[in-house]
Design a protein around this ligand. Structure first.
Ligand code: HEM
Ligand SMILES: *[C@@H]1O[C@H](CO)[C@@H](O)[C@H](O)[C@H]1NC(C)=O
Ligand SMILES: *[C@@H]1O[C@H](CO)[C@@H](O)[C@H](O)[C@H]1NC(C)=O
Length: 360
């Protein structure tokens, strides 16, 4: 609805003979540009106070992604690495990550090439670690590994269902910790590996170098509940610098989801009829008609109809590429919440497997 009314105004400028720019025009153009791309454009962490001349190439890249001038997807795999343990491998921060990604990828794809329960859990875990942060929590919480490292956080109610993947993260971390990796990075690399392990899933730019915290995220109430009202959820995400369109894009992760604890009588019921595929059916089936075996969360149903979200929801329902681009950009943001050394991270996107772009 919003996009339509804006383009009507936009068209007006060009088809009205003798139209002259007036003060509102720039604002309208600005908004149009944002409509085209995304609506979350705030900087995060150290990028908020670093002087432009102090930015590293990674700092500049991430600044571009966060402000909407650079995409969050990248399709240039280079999975060839020197032998693990060699001097050459030690000299390259991303090298060990190639071995880790190859190791965990096996858990994320079934023999039909679709993504598994471990994959959906890893995607959710990435979100739940990072989402323990808001603009009001300061330099605490966020993508710091605490969802695994602080037992109290793991036991919180919204994290029900994540115990198995948390245990698995500890095993993987134990196996690779002698290479100096952080739990926070393992969680986010696993989330991005899981996403691209789903057919049609985006290949999200992936950074490493986060610091770990054993302290549980500061307050409860930072994670969403499926029984929250849409306006509350919109504000909850805004406090994490995620605007409504960004929220709509992120919710598409429920394309690969299966609920177990909202309604135990429908244990394992998926949120669209193809939970092994990163497709846009979730957007369609949330609006309805909904197939019998599909469970639509109350929060998804209400957000899909919310005036700030409905139009973009319908757009995602018919535009896989649009959704993937928006999701990837927004998830890069999620993966950096509460990270205060963004300028010094390393881009290891190349170690991710190639995206599966077509599915029967
Ligand atoms: C309004 C925001 C959200 C709410 C209320 C919400 C709520 C839920 C709930 C209740 C479940 C089912 C848990 C269970 O019964 O096992 C779930 C699953 C899941 N969610 Fe969300 N979620 C939200 C946003 C997100 C976001 C932003 C992501 C990722 C970026 C995400 C990824 C997932 C995934 C992948 C699953 C499946 C987990 C599994 O099958 O193990 N969710 N979510
Ligand atoms: C891939 O990465 C290796 C280093 O791990 C490098 O030597 C090689 O040139 C790269 N290949 C391409 C095609 O960029
Ligand atoms: C959802 O899919 C059905 C069946 O293909 C189609 O008729 C309907 O228009 C779709 N809805 C949206 C919002 O794209």
């Amino acid at each position: 609805m919003k996009a339509q009314s804006l383009s009507a105004v936009f068209a007006g400028f060009f088809f009205l003979p003798g139209a002259v720019a007036h003060p509102g025009m720039e604002a309208v153009l600005e908004q149009l540009k944002a409509q085209d791309c995304c609506d979350s454009t705030e900087l995060l962490g150290d990028l908020l106070y670093l002087h432009p001349t102090d930015l590293t190439p990674v700092g500049r890249l991430i600044e571009g992604i966060l402000t909407g001038t650079t995409g969050g997807e990248s399709d240039e795999p280079n999975n060839s690495v020197p032998e693990l343990g060699s001097t050459a491998c030690q000299a390259d921060t991303c090298c060990v990550w190639q071995y880790i990604v190859d190791d965990i990828m096996v858990y994320f794809q079934d023999r039909h090439g679709q993504c598994t329960n471990a994959a959906r859990a890893a995607i959710r875990l990435g979100f739940h670690d990072a989402a323990g942060w808001s603009k009001h929590t300061g330099e605490f919480g966020g993508a710091d590994g605490s969802v695994v490292l602080a037992p109290e956080e793991a036991q919180r109610r919204p994290n029900a269902g994540l115990q198995q993947i948390i245990a698995q993260m500890k095993i993987w971390h134990g196996k690779w910790s002698s290479f100096g990796i952080s739990m926070a990075d393992l969680i986010q690399v696993a989330a991005n590996t899981a996403t691209v392990s789903c057919p049609l899933g985006p290949r999200i730019r992936t950074f490493v170098g986060r610091k770990d915290s054993h302290i549980a995220s500061p307050e409860e109430g930072l994670l969403p509940s499926p029984f929250d009202e849409p306006d509350f959820l919109i504000e909850l995400f805004r406090a994490k610098t995620i605007q409504p369109r960004g929220l709509a894009a992120l919710l598409g992760a429920h394309s690969t989801s299966r609920q177990r604890f909202i309604d135990a009588t429908q244990f394992g019921a998926p949120q669209d009829s193809t939970p092994g595929i990163w497709d846009v059916l979730f957007y369609n089936q949330t609006l309805g008609p909904t197939p019998n075996n599909v469970f639509v969360m109350e929060s998804d149903k209400k957000l899909a109809k919310h005036p700030r979200i409905h139009e973009i929801w319908r757009t995602f329902a018919r535009d896989q590429a649009r959704w993937n681009a928006d999701y990837a950009r927004e998830y890069v943001r999620v993966s950096l919440l509460g990270v205060y050394n963004i300028n010094y991270l390393t881009d290891c996107t190349r170690v991710l497997p190639r995206a599966v772009r077509f599915w029967k």
